[in-house]
Design a protein around this ligand. Structure first.
Ligand SMILES: Cc1cc2nc3c(=O)[nH]c(=O)nc-3n(C[C@H](O)[C@H](O)[C@H](O)COP(=O)(O)O)c2cc1C
Length: 171
């Protein structure tokens, strides 16, 4: 069994290695792997433990194409084997809660050597069309769409350094 320290190092390595992946191999993602993504997402922190999220897993190629076509910066969803659409009940902290869930989902993908990319949902003009395309109740809010698949690329966007972002005690 992995030691506590080993687990911690593995978690931090996963966080350090995660990158947004927008090109995927033509290879399905197993049902078990998808279940692990949703299981991680549902365990995210949530204000007053309201857990306002609902997750729609889309694997149907035609529906993936329809989702992609509705977005402005998510056309690559059409070529992903999976898209997890994150919806929320309209609570005070729905955006924070479902953003935390989306981050958990991205990390669970990285932990399984899957690639994933967050595509914007909240505030987008296409949100209500995605709600109806997914057959979700009309009062739900779209927070994100997460394309998932076996990575065909590992991008390395520049990141601000710790020295740049860290302020001890005061700014
Ligand atoms: C709220 C939010 C919305 C995003 N929307 C999109 C999007 O619509 N399309 C896209 O390709 N990437 C999107 N991204 C991914 C960012 O572009 C990406 O996280 C950023 O460039 C940093 O790269 P990294 O994730 O590899 O660290 C989004 C990320 C966040 C947090």
């Amino acid at each position: 069994m992995a030691s506590q320290k080993g687990l911690m190092m593995e978690t931090l390595r996963t966080i350090a290695a995660r990158r947004s992946v927008r090109r995927f191999k033509n290879q399905p993602v197993s049902r078990e792997a998808i279940l692990r993504l949703i299981d991680a997402a549902r365990l995210a922190p949530t204000a007053r433990n309201l857990q306002p999220w609902e997750f729609v897993v889309v694997t149907n190629p035609n529906r993936l194409r329809q989702l992609a076509a509705l977005t402005d910066h998510g056309k690559f969803i059409a070529d992903a084997p999976v898209c997890v659409v994150v919806f929320s009940r309209d609570t005070k902290y729905y955006l924070e809660d479902c953003s935390a869930a989306t981050s958990h989902l991205l990390l669970a993908a990285a932990a399984q050597d899957l690639g994933a990319c967050w595509v914007a949902g909240d505030k987008k003009p296409y949100a209500s069309q995605i709600v109806s395309l997914c057959g979700a109740p009309p009062e739900l809010k779209l927070v994100s769409l997460v394309a998932v698949g076996h990575p065909e690329e590992i991008p390395s966007p520049a990141k601000r350094t710790i020295e740049d972002v860290l302020h001890w005690e005061t700014f």
